[in-house]
Design a protein around this ligand. Structure first.
Ligand SMILES: NC(=O)c1ccc[n+]([C@@H]2O[C@H](COP(=O)([O-])OP(=O)(O)OC[C@H]3O[C@@H](n4cnc5c(N)ncnc54)[C@H](O)[C@@H]3O)[C@@H](O)[C@H]2O)c1
Length: 266
């Protein structure tokens, strides 16, 4: 069954084949969608997105997600290439200069902090607001961004990304209201299990909390391919009354208090 036949969209954040967005693009293609791919100029130079473009028959548009001009250009070009308004947008973007440079939460560089928030959260607002003002999304369209449970619980090494994810989820709620009223467009975040990707592995101690989450989750960690399935569902008409939600896609991790088998080391 093809869930996205006739639908048009934009998929951001595919850097290499480990990226969650890479898997989403492959599945979206499988489900009959046509879309453009986008990433920051530096990622286009360093990553392997051109290969994904060939695999999905998708054109690639360079856009720094913090730049309103780049975002406008991304929408204008996508509409021109795809031949009409859009149905879905994936925001799969995250980066913290503090985490990258080993600046812990008690010793943040505030210029970096603002960059973390701009790249990882405010960019979602910028993408949604630009689309809202351009009125370039079809009714029942869907915006989806990727979050992490550090928005609700403390994961000390996740640093200022935790604040960015809290803001990201809040933007989904707040803009989901306005876009829902305006055009029945939906806005959600998916709170995904730790996943081995370039962004994920950049967090100190990632291997430990990846393994810990796998043990604590009754179903184990949700893999990137399953996250891609969930994104396809959220882009599709099957989820048309889901909006303003942060949806856990984590094998049950978020609702487990204690798992005795983890404590005794089984
Ligand atoms: N990997 C995990 O454990 C995990 C868990 C939960 C949520 N997430 C989230 O999933 C999303 C995708 O990350 P991923 O794990 O696939 O890693 P990834 O490194 O493959 O993707 C992150 C992407 O963000 C892009 N990016 C960074 N700065 C940008 C900018 N200024 N403009 C446009 N794009 C920019 C990068 O080029 C890269 O493609 C992120 O929001 C991340 O926080 C990841």
């Amino acid at each position: 069954m093809k869930l996205l036949e006739g639908k048009k969209g934009i998929i951001t954040g595919a850097l290499d084949e480990k990226s969650i967005a890479w898997k989403v693009a492959l599945k979206a293609r499988e489900h009959g969608a046509s879309f453009t791919l986008s990433n920051a100029p530096v990622a286009l130079r360093m990553g392997t997105i051109q290969e994904l473009g060939r695999l999905c028959d998708a054109q690639i548009i360079s856009a720094d997600a913090t730049s309103l001009d780049d975002i406008k250009n991304l929408y204008n070009k996508s509409i021109e290439i795809l031949g009409g308004k859009l149905d879905f947008v994936l925001h799969s973007i995250g980066m913290s200069p503090n985490v990258r440079k080993g600046k812990v939460y008690t010793d943040l560089n505030y210029d970096f902090y603002l960059k973390t928030l701009d790249i990882s959260a405010v960019s979602f607002h910028k993408m949604i607001q630009t689309a809202y003002q351009m009125d370039c999304i079809n009714e029942w369209g869907s915006f989806t961004a990727l979050s992490y449970i550090a928005a609700q619980r403390v994961f000390p090494d996740y640093g200022d990304m935790a604040d960015a994810k809290a803001l990201l989820e809040s933007i989904a709620r707040s803009f989901g209201y306005h876009f829902g009223k305006f055009k029945k467009v939906r806005v959600n975040t998916i709170s995904q299990s730790p996943t081995i990707t370039t962004a994920g592995s950049g967090v100190k101690g990632f291997d430990v909390f990846h393994e810990f989450a796998a043990k604590m989750s009754p179903l184990g960690n949700a893999p990137a391919e399953a996250c891609a399935d969930f994104c396809i569902f959220l882009f599709s008409d099957l989820s048309r009354f889901i909006t303003m939600q942060n949806l856990y896609h984590d094998g049950g991790f978020s609702n487990v208090g204690v798992d005795p088998s983890v404590l005794v080391g089984n």
